[in-house]
Design a protein around this ligand. Structure first.
Ligand code: AMP
Length: 361
């Protein structure tokens, strides 16, 4: 269903997924006077804790999905890996933003890379692999080092195997643990950049400044704004994100992650059609943050200014890092965000802290 009219405050936004992205989106929605209904399989999820309503059910439970669609005015996602059939069922009943086309491209690394390349956006060299024999041929073509990634359901380095000079390819294939993968050339990058773009129901676009991301053990550690890149590199990064949003006909938010090579080229790595960890700095440093922008786009409202009023460094609190909450609060300039997760596990995103500095122009 499509309807370009603005959804009035007081309406209910359905969000599929119950993690911290849904939580921060629900808080932004509440600030604008909306109700949020979370749909996810986990009980007492971070998002449900701050939402008006929650359905706890599987992503393929047709009855519960239909009831959810009945209870809300628009549906969006903070978690994009839900089955096509479920999205179709929801979209028959209520506007779903972004559309299945956007989710489909972002759910699968091969669809994503084809999409980038078809639209003139460079990626690391890649090959689809469906067997150990394919892998050997792909390594022959691309060379080592390389990374083997599962095409679906991979995040934060899960389902990824690095193929160094001595790696055994049969073992690497078994370790990846999925029926289809993609082999990518390993990029000796100067850094990683992401751009988050919002696109509204009438095609209007607002872009946040490019962010500079440092990962540790495949998980985002820090995001720094402004990114230490040239104006030409920043323009190119923004152009890539805009092209993706416009070509996909996105309504909502899209984060595009890229590698910056040592010779100044941008290679797209992946994209996510939702708020993104590398945009958390916007909560404290921008006129309109990524979560409010997401709500505005999904509800058909005018987009807000993405301008940043401060420079910022955002640090993720992973696992036990969050035990330092009191020390962090003792720094009066630190903005602490915790996600309400009862159990801390190694590698689990428990919260983040943003520190602002006056903006350098
Ligand atoms: P991904 O799940 O694809 O975002 O990968 C997580 C992180 O692993 C990236 O942000 C990079 O730090 C690293 N990584 C992934 N793919 C590559 C690659 N082809 N070359 C170098 N580093 C990579």
């Amino acid at each position: 269903m499509t309807d370009a009219r603005p959804l009035a405050p007081g309406s209910t936004i359905g969000i599929v997924g119950g993690g911290q992205l849904g939580r921060m989106a629900a808080l932004a929605a509440a600030r604008l006077g909306y109700r949020v209904h979370i749909y996810c399989p986990e009980t007492a999820s971070p998002a449900a804790q701050v939402a008006a309503e929650a359905t706890v059910a599987a992503y393929d439970d047709r009855e519960r999905l239909a009831a959810f669609a009945q209870a809300v005015d628009v549906i969006t996602f903070e978690f994009e890996n839900i089955p096509a059939e479920s999205v179709r069922l929801l979209a028959e009943r209520v506007p779903v933003r972004p559309s299945w086309r956007v989710l489909d491209v972002a759910q699968d690394r091969i669809h994503e890379k084809r999409f980038f390349n078809d639209n003139g956006i460079a990626t690391p060299p890649w090959r689809e692999v469906a067997s150990a024999a394919d892998l050997a041929a792909a390594v022959e073509a691309i060379g080592r080092p390389a990374v083997l990634k599962s095409t679906r359901l991979g995040y934060d380095g899960k389902g990824q195997v690095k193929i160094g000079p001595d790696a055994d390819l049969n073992q690497a294939w078994a370790a990846m643990g999925a029926p289809v993968g993609v082999l990518e050339g390993f990029v000796d990058f100067a850094g990683e950049v992401s751009v988050i773009v919002a696109r509204g129901v009438h095609g209007e676009v607002a872009v946040f400044d490019p962010a500079w991301n440092v990962h540790t053990d495949h998980i985002l550690d820090t995001t720094t704004i402004p990114a230490p890149i040239t104006a030409a590199e920043a323009d190119a990064a923004v152009r890539i994100a805009r092209t993706c949003a416009e070509t996909l006909g996105l309504v909502g938010l899209l984060a595009v992650e890229m590698f910056l090579t040592r010779d100044g080229r941008l290679l797209a790595n992946e994209m996510a059609p939702r708020p993104h960890n590398s945009g958390h700095w916007t909560i404290d440093a921008c006129i309109t943050d990524q979560f409010e922008q997401f709500v505005r786009a999904v509800c058909g409202l005018p987009l807000g200014s993405p301008e940043r009023h401060s420079d910022a460094v955002m640090r993720n609190l992973i696992g036990e890092d969050a035990d330092q909450w009191l020390d962090i609060l003792r720094d009066p300039g630190a903005k602490l965000h915790l996600y309400g997760k009862a159990e801390s596990r190694p590698g689990r995103k428990m919260g983040h802290v943003t520190r602002l500095v006056a903006r350098q122009r």
